[in-house]
Design a protein around this ligand. Structure first.
Ligand code: AHM
Ligand code: MG
Length: 335
């Protein structure tokens, strides 16, 4: 008998044995995973499927959309709209919220996603991924509005991502630690490959887009300068650097072997709090990292405590190995 534990079995056990998730949430997560399998297939086909390149359109953030951004968005909507588990969805690729059509039953959950994160890597065959966050619709509100989505990340009931790399791996938390599932393409199912993921509190590896160095704020510059000074500097050790330009892939590395990831506020567009989006990038990743023993802040405050004021709100992000994140945060608070 195979000892393999499928995602389905893992979720059923979370529901039935441990009572950690309701049946509706289990269904929702299964549907998201199924959509990720479909996206993974489209990503794998690449040029053979005619899915690479730009779509000649822009999203609400003024970014040029890739064909795969749009395909992934549609796959997630079509998979999730009819199951009866959702009230509404929100996506990086859609300006407003997407209400579940009247012809389908309405559920109590809200699903947010970045359908294909790391878009600049799509055409060059580098890892990309889907990020998702699940909230509960507040009790007692009639209908659904954007306001219902504006909850701090601490109120998420599930969060995860699926990275489309050399392997397709789904990473999930329902508030009970972090589990990783690798897609077994022969079986067509996600199989549990790591449980109780832990990020080491210390690290010698940082991830930041160094080309923005001249625009950084002093605390970030100080931290990176100290890393670059290596053994002879104040940190007394040599650091290594990685930057994949796909948050999913950078966070996946950090969950696997530790490290710190930063996409801080900078002076290029000072009116923007950062590049990354709070509700469907920073919140789900922040919760996963915390569930694995790491930390996630905007330099001053825990990401999960931020009360959002709009759906596509941006945020400065510092996450990963706890002692390093605390150090960068302390540098900000000293000022
Ligand atoms: P996207 O959601 O449009 O793909 O943008 C988010 C991505 C992150 O995955 C990544 O960390 C960052 O943008 C890379 O930005 P840059 O190209 O400035 O290095
Ligand atoms: Mg993104």
């Amino acid at each position: 008998m195979s000892k393999k534990i499928s995602l389905t079995r893992y979720l059923v056990e979370q529901q039935r044995v441990d009572g950690k998730i309701p049946a509706e949430l289990r269904l929702l997560l299964e549907v998201v995973a199924r959509a990720c399998k479909t996206i993974s297939q489209a990503v794998n086909k690449g040029d053979l499927g005619g899915v690479l390149g730009s779509a000649d359109s822009e999203n609400v953030q003024g970014e040029v959309q890739k064909q795969l951004d749009i395909i992934a968005n549609e796959v997630l909507i079509e998979a999730n709209e009819w199951g009866g588990h959702l009230a509404a969805m929100a996506s990086e690729e859609m300006e407003g919220i997407y209400l579940v059509p009247n012809r389908y039953p309405q559920g109590e959950y809200l699903l947010l996603f970045d359908p294909l994160d790391g878009s600049s890597n799509i055409d060059v065959n580098v890892s990309i991924g889907t990020i998702f966050s699940v909230l509960k619709k507040p009790d007692g509100t009639a209908g659904v509005s954007e306001q219902d989505f504006l909850q701090p990340g601490a109120q998420q009931v599930a969060a995860g991502y699926c990275v489309y790399g050399p392997q397709t791996t789904l990473v999930l938390t329902v508030g009970d630690g972090v589990a990783m599932f690798t897609l077994d393409r022969e079986q067509g199912s996600f199989v549990l490959t790591r449980e109780n993921v832990q990020i080491p509190p210390d690290t010698k590896e940082f991830a930041i887009n160094m080309s923005n160095m001249r625009h950084w704020d002093a605390p970030v510059k100080r931290y990176v300068d100290e890393c670059l000074a290596g053994k002879e500097g104040p940190r007394g050790k040599d650091f290594n650097m990685r930057w994949i330009a796909s948050m999913v892939a950078d966070v996946h590395r950090i969950l696997t072997r530790g490290g710190i990831f930063m996409y801080p506020w900078d002076k290029r567009e000072p009116e923007k709090a950062g590049k990354l989006r709070l509700m469907y990038e920073a919140n789900p990743m922040g919760w996963l990292v915390e569930q694995a023993g790491g930390a996630a802040t905007n330099g001053r405050q825990r990401i999960l405590d931020i009360v959002p004021s709009k759906l596509h709100e941006r945020v400065s992000v510092i996450l990963g190995s706890r002692n390093e994140v605390e150090r960068v945060t302390a540098y900000h608070l000293e000022r």
